[in-house]
Design a protein around this ligand. Structure first.
Ligand code: PYR
Length: 320
């Protein structure tokens, strides 16, 4: 049986980490792609040289020509620039939109049957543009943000309550930006919703609000510390969880930036919502009940994403 093929489009810090994780998990053969000739080849060889020590068998190659991604089962896109201190994700829109046009054309030509996971920021607008540029079905193109934001929320909650991260579940919905919507009512410790934990005296409303705000600022906190770029370990781990669910048809319930065609009252936009990811790509979008406050926050976030999509259309009218 042939191994799966995973194309990593962009070989920066997230791309390299993705290659390492995909290798360690033996998800398939890996092609690292980057227009910066030498970087994907060097990283590919370096990670390959760790495989005898770690004991994984995959072919890991680097390339600077899109033909190398031919027939990929999964493409994970990190190409583009990352933000630096003082920048918002939205500041990257102009430059990364041009990158998405190139990447979309490459995927359309060489990997039209792939499941595509976009990580490039500003995420919700970039995955929306990438789907249009590539022409792939909307259920096969998805954005990685909700798993990452929820993972940050889970970590902060686990530390607060001094419990295992394994026993904390969380949902962060909406756009991957300052308006993201961590949902306390749908986040739990051992199945107990956070709202009940407030009633039980585990945490005050005020402290919970601080944790929620730290989650919203999670990416910026890392940018501020690193000073030269943005997070890569947690974004890579999050995308690998999504790729694994697709490749193994696990049907994980994961919050992802998915194409909405009327769900949550939103049409032709990508926004973070709970999804089921299996061999069919995004197999289901789960429409959870939102109370008035949650719906207002979600709608505000959708409004912010809509503004970014408008900005994309102003630059590339063909996206309309
Ligand atoms: C983040 O760290 O949140 C990114 O968007 C990379």
């Amino acid at each position: 049986m042939a191994r799966n093929k995973i194309a990593l489009i962009g070989s920066g810090m997230i791309g390299g980490t993705l290659a390492h994780l995909a290798g360690l998990k033996e998800l398939g053969d890996i092609v690292l792609f980057d227009i910066a000739d030498g970087i994907p080849q060097g990283k590919g060889l370096d990670i390959s040289q760790s495989s005898p020590v770690e004991g994984f068998d995959v072919n890991l190659t680097g390339a600077s020509d899109y033909s190398a991604i031919e027939g990929a089962d999964v493409c994970i896109v990190t190409a583009g620039v990352a933000r630096k201190p003082g920048m918002s994700r939205d500041d990257l829109l102009g430059i990364n939109l041009k990158v998405m046009e190139q990447v979309g054309a490459g995927i359309k030509k060489y990997a039209p049957n792939a499941f595509v996971i976009c990580i490039t920021n500003p995420l919700d607008a970039m995955v929306w543009a990438l789907q249009k540029f590539s022409g792939l079905p909307a259920n096969k193109v998805v954005g990685m943000a909700g798993v990452l934001d929820s993972s940050r929320f889970r970590l902060f909650l686990a530390k607060e309550f001094n419990v295992s991260v394994q026993d904390v579940t969380a949902f962060v919905l909406g756009g991957h930006g300052d308006t993201m919507v961590p949902l306390a009512r749908y986040s739990t410790v051992g199945g107990i919703p956070l709202t009940d934990l407030v009633t039980m005296g585990w945490v005050t409303k005020e402290r919970l609000e601080e944790i929620i705000q730290r989650t919203r600022d999670g990416g910026a906190e890392i940018v501020g510390l690193l000073k030269t770029g943005s997070a890569y370990y947690a974004p890579a781990a999050s995308a690998i969880e999504m790729a694994e669910s697709y490749l193994k048809d696990k049907k994980r319930v994961l919050p992802c930036a998915a194409h909405l065609s009327g769900q949550y009252g939103v049409k032709d936009m990508y926004v973070g919502v709970p999804t089921v990811i299996g061999a069919g790509g995004v197999e289901r979008i789960i429409e959870i009940d939102l109370n008035k406050t949650e719906k207002e926050a979600f709608d505000k976030s959708v409004g912010a994403v809509a503004g970014l999509c408008e900005a994309c259309i102003n630059i590339a009218p063909a996206l309309k």
